[in-house]
Design a protein around this ligand. Sequence first.
Ligand code: ZN
Length: 291
Amino acid sequence: MYFGSVRFFKNMILLAVIVAILIPSCTSIGYKNKYEDLLEESSIRKTNELQIIEEIHRIEAEKPAYQEKYPDFYAPQPIEATEVTDNTVYLTFDDGPSQRTYEILDILAEQEVKATFFVIGADDDFSKQAMKDIVRQGHTLAMHTYSHQYKKIYTSVEAYLDDMYQIFTLIKETTGVTPTHFRFAGGSVNSYNLQIYQDLISEMLRRGFIPFDWNVSSGDASSSILPTNTIINNVLSGVGKTTRAVVLMHDSYYRTTTVRALPAIISTLKEQGYSFDKLTPQTKPVLFAYN
Ligand code: ZN
């Protein structure tokens, strides 16, 4: 009989051996698969982590070094939502302070008009007092450039920041006001900064500063001094072509006709229904490159 026979016991032992071998190996195969899955998963994760780290390093490496310059050279608040105010004229005066500054201030006060002064790096007592008075009389004091030397400031983004940090510091220390607006010397796009103007604009925007070109030129920067009437006509016809005029004028020693033109410009535009304002963080920028 089979049960109880030697063959039965032999088979039982064989079965036990087979079971003894199979069960752990089956289990271990299961474990092995799971382990391999885990290993694979973690290696994918590791690869992903490595890729992310590499990506961060790449971005860090690509981040221009000039972003680290002047950690205190930032606008006090990020650029705000802007609004467009129709029939508004923004008078802007570049290159001051000068012997003309108080003449301009007197006319603005008399006409009860606020304006914007993009000043340069004059650090004598008279100029500093003029900056204080521009602020005290409620106008916007903004950065133009410190040296106003195109060949120097437009050699690189670093060179530009070096110069702008100087005018930023001068305004801040003189008046206690942190400037938020700036105007490029020669405008945002000019023959000196063609290679780098986009980098300049984005770096200044990153720092929270608001760039302003102009859409109406008084023409008073021409090498010859323009007659008063020409300046008046240039401004009036320019303003007539836009709903929101940012007018370029100059506050410098020789620009006497600009001062003489100012009362007629303001009173005529008032008669035509325009109002005047200074640039504020809410004023929508006018930029050659992005209009
Ligand atoms: Zn200028």
